[in-house]
Design a protein around this ligand. Sequence first.
Ligand SMILES: [Mg+2]
Length: 384
Amino acid sequence: MTIIHVDMDAFFASVEQRDNPELRGRPVAVGGSPDQRGVVAAASYEARRFGVRSAMAMAIAVKLCPGLVIVPTNHRRYKQVSDVVMEIFRSYTPVVEPLSLDEAFLDVTGSEKLFGSPETIGMEIQRRIEEELQLSASVGIGPNKFIAKLASDYQKPGGFTVIPSEKVLDFLTPLPVEKIWGTGEKTVDRLKRVGIKTIGQLRELSLDFLEGSFGRYGRALYGFARGKDDRPVEPHREAKSIGKEITFPEDVGNMEELRQTLRALAEEVGRSLRRKDIKCGSVTLKIKYPDRQLVTRTERLPEPTNLTGIIYGTAGFLLNKHCKPPVRLIGITCTGLTGERLITLFRDEKQVREEKITATLDKLKDRYGEDVVRVASLFKKREK
Ligand SMILES: [Mg+2]
């Protein structure tokens, strides 16, 4: 088993520095203002040099670093960038477990035949994040999650650390026990009280002793000290977004053809939303150009929908506005998924009608297959 852990470097702060060139090279803290009891959500490396850390009170951060530039948190923006990062991960393996917006585990055990060794995949991911997003990430590769996470943290920023199985014990021995993922302050304090500061020293404690002191977690600690961790990488089951994309066999320069493809994609995405009885709040158009440059543009909807027409209308608007053909890949992703039934007092009559027609068409398609749609859309055209 080989696990890759990718962790973006100073993520929120780096996104701000990328998008606002005047912030580059300056100490930046993303978060709330000091006079409103704000907290640091992320600090740039320039700010970290002064001791500014995330989760620190902004008032303290300002004292540590007098020239600190405070930037308000823009979660929506970071989420958008995160979606692209996760998309890059998922292009190498479906087994991706995000831990937060800016880090994830990837199980690449089955990906070697298609994409090369874990090292190749790790380097490729790091390079693509740099090229496509102008951001930096640290990569750790190891035989399990525990080791991969320690490895990505080993040489930040821009780190690339591979710990093969036979090097695991040497790697762990000098590391302080607080590096063990999941150890709280309490555990660390108790270990220090019995003179255990490093993972090497922890390895000298017996399983009986650890279980006696820490219960079930003691057994995990016993394994961690030996570099053992058999937790699988668990891809999130509930969908955060629903999307479809198509890579053309040959680059497409014809806008009409792109619009038709988009229409078909909108229909597929709309249908999966309707099947799950959910709606989306935003529509993202994704375009990849022949030079592999990836562009995504998102439009927020005035109200959630699962109607093909609205999804297509929104994606088509973004296509007209942003697309410069020829195009290699085109896709639609719907995000901001909501399952709640919306209670609207004044419903748009036209929309209610379209919802009814759509539901009928879906039922027909389920019963008679996709061909019936073509008949129905021809019928609709004639109706006009
Ligand atoms: Mg990070």
